[in-house]
Design a protein around this ligand. Structure first.
Ligand SMILES: Nc1ncnc2c1ncn2[C@@H]1O[C@H](COP(=O)(O)OP(=O)(O)O)[C@@H](O)[C@H]1O
Ligand SMILES: [Mg+2]
Length: 357
């Protein structure tokens, strides 16, 4: 048998690369103490079976929203038998049926996968919840997906009204890259939810460095990293908007490249080579763009940087400002552009650039 895998395993650089995986939840999250204590404050009543304050967590990609909530949830479950926490990614669970089935299953009642209407499912869920002594805390990650259809919006409405209509307690947390998630919800749902908003700011280059050092301590052996490696990964991620995910990912890729070469240390050249590895992904993303997203990119290729007002103005004959604003948000999420807030006159404007330019 060809041993094609046996030679690529070795290397003494990594202690355990799994500490650099996206889904790994570290025990320490530098620079998120305040956000975490705010989350604890809001959710703590659940540990005594009381109704927690619902929360809305928002900020740009890679600011530690998901990992902070996962961390808080696991601590909450460990601390108390009363709270039972469920994490739902709304990209994965995108219909109200699938979401309510997931929650009902989680409460310990196996719902049939077919032939049952939403209304039946929901009343089953209410009945099951009534028999339980637990207080469910449910996190909806990528929550803006819930606003894409009327049917998922109505699920939000149903959940928001549980306390009032059914005298049942439940804790809800919403995570979104879209700062305006709450303001897009109908007034009546928003007022039933009474969410506490917790902003997550982008990391600065020096914060990214420390985050990387902390993760690297567990992932790599001592002396495995050249001293310029972490600063370069941090600078790269800072340039792309302060995204810790990019920083960690680049470090993982650089480590793998260095291991493959049999290098004694991860060097700056490995980091640089891992930047170019990102490119194919971008090509794939670009082929899925909407017409308005493409127009914005074309404009930025010519102009380098533009303020958002000028973009709306240039493209106003083709697209409405609302459409363009949504397209800018999409492009930023896809990491194809970066934007910065600047003071202009009495208000703010956004300066938009192509990512990496
Ligand atoms: N303060 C931090 N310390 C350590 N790792 C972090 C920190 N913030 C974010 N990360 C890591 O960066 C990556 C992106 O974080 P994540 O929570 O998924 O971001 P978001 O949900 O805001 O897009 C994850 O791998 C996460 O573990
Ligand atoms: Mg996230």
């Amino acid at each position: 048998m060809a041993k094609i895998f046996s030679s690529s395993l070795g290397g003494s650089l990594f202690k355990d690369e799994r500490f650099l995986y996206q889904e790994f939840v570290p025990e320490r999250l530098p620079f998120r103490d305040e956000e975490i204590s705010e989350l604890v404050f809001c959710l703590k009543p659940a540990s005594e079976g009381k109704r927690p304050t619902n929360v809305f967590v928002f900020g740009k990609p890679g600011t530690g929203k998901t990992v902070s909530l996962k961390f808080v949830l696991s601590e909450l479950e460990e601390f108390s038998d009363r709270a039972k926490c469920l994490y739902i990614n709304c990209f994965e669970y995108s219909s109200k049926q699938s979401i309510i089935s997931k929650i009902t299953n989680f409460l310990g009642y196996a719902v049939p996968s077919r032939g049952i209407s939403y209304a039946e499912l929901f009343s089953k869920f209410v009945a099951v919840l009534r028999t339980k002594k637990v207080l469910p805390v449910i996190v909806f990650d990528e929550a803006e997906q819930l606003l894409k259809s009327e049917e998922t919006k109505s699920l939000l409405y149903d959940l928001a009204r549980l306390p009032e209509q059914q005298k049942l307690s439940i804790g809800l947390a919403f995570i979104s890259n879209d700062n305006f998630f709450l303001s897009q919800i109908d007034d009546r749902i928003r007022s039933s939810l009474q969410c506490s908003s917790i902003p997550f700011e982008s990391y600065s280059p020096s914060e990214l460095k420390e985050i990387l050092r902390e993760r690297a301590k567990y992932a790599f052996n001592e002396f495995a990293l050249d001293e310029d490696v972490v600063p370069l990964c941090a600078a790269h991620a800072a340039k792309l908007g302060g995204d810790a995910r990019i920083a960690i990912d680049v470090l993982l890729k650089a480590g793998r490249l260095a291991s493959r070469e049999g290098a004694k240390k991860v060097l700056v050249k490995h980091v640089r080579a891992s930047f170019t590895q990102e490119k194919p992904v971008k090509v794939e993303v670009t082929s899925n763009l909407s017409e308005q997203e493409r127009s914005i990119l074309d404009l930025l290729k010519k102009k380098k940087s533009q303020d958002s007002g000028a973009i709306y103005d240039t493209l106003k004959d083709k697209f409405a400002e609302r459409t363009l604003r949504a397209a800018l948000a999409e492009l930023e999420e896809k990491k194809l552009i970066v934007s910065e807030k600047e003071i202009k006159g009495r208000g703010f404007t956004r300066i938009v650039k192509l990512a990496g330019s």
